[in-house]
Write a protein of this length. Structure first.
Length: 307
């Protein structure tokens, strides 16, 4: 997975005054009220901007409805730890995040939609010059307080095993927030996923089972890579992820900072999709803190796009 590979800054910070909101087994964070009280689940709306180069639906970068819908299923299987799916685990530190994602049902103008916004780059006045959040926002961007903007990027096939995705993070008072890719004033926010890594695909790379979006959504909701800033003492600020001070790739376990086996299956590694299957309880608590305390992320829960 590639999120902070594209935009990464290292900042030294003071943890002392922020400790009370960190992921910790000793102190729990308050979760927001569910917007589906019957189920106790937080629902968040997505708009999928399919950026393509004039192809028919289902061809090349203009992905089919079925592949997009399957990707959302995978996202929910992972966040809900659903039994009988690749997103299930029975690890004692694993949990059901009680967060689900739905394709938007209304456009910003209030019109019905299936949550998929197809953008033909051959028919837009201003060409797509780059692959940054601001570049994509120029051709398709819905209010980020009402929608999670996800762009499917038409990157060349030569990038399929190199760049899989990136996400902007939320600015909060949680420790380590500065290690996320935080948008500046006026910058767009959202998630970009290489079309070769979106949903289940026949790519020969390690991203073939749709876990790129799960990983990037973790960043969007405030999670760091498990190695954080490559510091054994203060890595991802979640006590139930074994400390590690270097990026975690592949599928073979190894020993981390304290001689503990690294949690290869954690969604916030760059592990192979086939072994990913866990958000820990502390990671879930951190995401819930963001959903309660970040103005934009909290607003998503009452978006008219959910109606």
């Amino acid at each position: 997975m590639v999120s902070m590979k594209w935009k990464w800054s290292i900042v030294i910070f003071n943890l002392v005054m922020l400790a009370f909101v960190s992921c910790s087994k000793e102190g729990e964070t308050e979760s927001p009220l569910p917007n589906d009280p019957k189920e106790g689940v937080i629902l968040l709306p997505l708009v999928i901007h399919v950026v393509h180069n004039g192809h028919e639906i289902g061809e090349e970068t203009n992905l089919s409805i079925e592949q997009i819908e399957r990707q959302i299923e995978i996202l929910n299987e992972d966040f809900r730890r659903k039994e009988g799916t690749k997103g299930f685990n029975d690890h004692p530190d694993g949990g059901d995040a009680m967060i689900e994602f739905v394709l938007a049902k209304r456009t910003p103008e209030g019109l019905p939609t299936n949550g998929i916004n197809r953008i033909d780059t051959t028919k837009i006045a201003e060409p797509l010059l780059g692959h940054s959040f601001n570049d994509y926002a120029k051709i398709g961007y819905w209010d980020p307080t009402q929608y999670i903007n996800v762009w499917i990027a038409p990157l060349p096939e030569s990038f399929e095993c190199i760049l899989s995705g990136q996400a902007t993070g939320p600015e909060t008072d949680l420790p380590g927030t500065e290690f996320l890719s935080l948008p500046g004033p006026g910058d767009a926010e959202g998630i970009i996923v290489n079309w070769k890594s979106f949903g289940e695909s026949d790519t020969n790379c390690h991203t073939k089972y749709g876990r790129t979006l799960t990983h990037e959504m973790g960043h969007y909701l405030g999670l760091l890579h498990t190695w954080g800033a490559s510091d054994c003492e203060n890595n991802d600020y979640c006590d139930d992820t074994p400390a590690v001070d270097k990026p975690v790739f592949g599928s073979q376990p190894f020993l981390g900072c304290k001689g503990e086996t690294v949690m290869m299956g954690n969604y916030m590694n760059w592990s192979h999709d086939e072994v990913m299957n866990i958000f820990t309880k502390d990671q879930i608590a951190r995401m819930h803190y963001v959903l309660e305390n970040h103005e934009g992320r909290k607003a998503l829960q009452s978006s008219p796009a959910l109606d």
